[in-house]
Structure formats: structure tokens, C-alpha cells
Design a protein. Structure first.
Length: 62
């Protein structure tokens, strides 16, 4: 994920988690939430603006 999406990897993982949540896929949601957590832990260069994460969640829930 980090190699593919670079400093946007955290947002991509959050987008996939939000999409899974919106679709009611609980196990997939947890998977992507854990991926987002690992991305944040492993990469010092990822962006993590909570306003962006909220916008992503709002977009996926529509």
C-alpha cells in the first residue's frame, strides 16, 4: 500500500475502510482499518489530516 500510494497510502486505506463500512462488510472494514493503522505506524511520510479522513468517510457513506 505504501509503495503503491506513497504519502496518500493512509487515505487510500481509510477510503477502502469507509467503503467497506458503507457496504456493511464488517470483516473487510476491520482489515482496511488495520491496514491504515499499519501504514501510519510504518511510514513517517504519509499524510494524516483528520479533516480529509472525515471527508472521505462522508463521501463513501453517501
Amino acid at each position: 500500500m505504501i509503495a503503491t500510494h506513497g504519502h496518500h497510502a493512509y487515505y487510500e486505506a481509510q477510503r477502502l475502510a469507509a467503503r467497506s463500512r458503507a457496504q456493511g462488510n464488517r470483516s473487510e472494514f476491520w482489515h482496511w482499518a488495520k491496514v491504515a493503522s499499519e501504514v501510519a505506524r510504518l511510514s513517517p511520510v504519509v499524510e494524516m489530516d483528520m479533516n480529509v479522513v472525515q471527508a472521505i468517510a462522508d463521501e463513501e457513506m453517501r
